[in-house]
Write a protein of this length. Structure first.
Length: 142
């Protein structure tokens, strides 16, 4: 069963997605960052290029010839995922293919609409019997 983690009270969702992607890559895991649209995918891609001072986080689009061997895939279409390890959901709704992944990460910002959407996703997962781990980042900042 998919392990689900919610990261709450995040100031910048894309920066958190970069940090979590880097952490997963350091552990030898592959990531699919599922963005809301093409613009969000481009923003995340730019951040992945610049998020680390001495390097970048290797990433590409799902249709790239190197997708099968690239640690991070940045997608907004939800076509056939190249792997099934870590899914970072950056969309307002739940990804219809989330259950094929070992781990799903939900990042929730301080925005009230985003929080409301996250509550609906949380309820959706909980009502289907998934165990959910919560990570309150407001406490980490104190």
């Amino acid at each position: 069963m998919t392990q689900i983690d919610f990261y709450f009270h995040v100031e910048n969702k894309l920066q958190m997605a970069c940090a979590l992607s880097a952490k997963a890559c350091a552990r030898g895991m592959r990531v699919l960052a599922y963005c809301a649209d093409a613009e969000a995918s481009q923003k995340l891609s730019r951040l992945l290029w610049t998020s680390q001072a001495v390097s970048f986080i290797p990433h590409c689009k799902p249709g790239d010839p190197l997708a099968a061997v690239t640690p991070v895939i940045v997608d907004h279409e939800g076509t056939e995922p190249a792997h099934d390890q870590v899914l970072i959901n950056l969309r307002a709704d739940w990804p219809p293919f989330f259950s094929r992944f070992e781990r799903l990460i939900e990042i929730v910002s301080l925005d009230e609409e985003d929080r409301s959407n996250a509550r609906a996703r949380f309820k959706f997962y909980r009502d289907r019997g998934y165990a959910i781990q919560n990570h309150d980042l407001s406490k980490a900042a104190q």
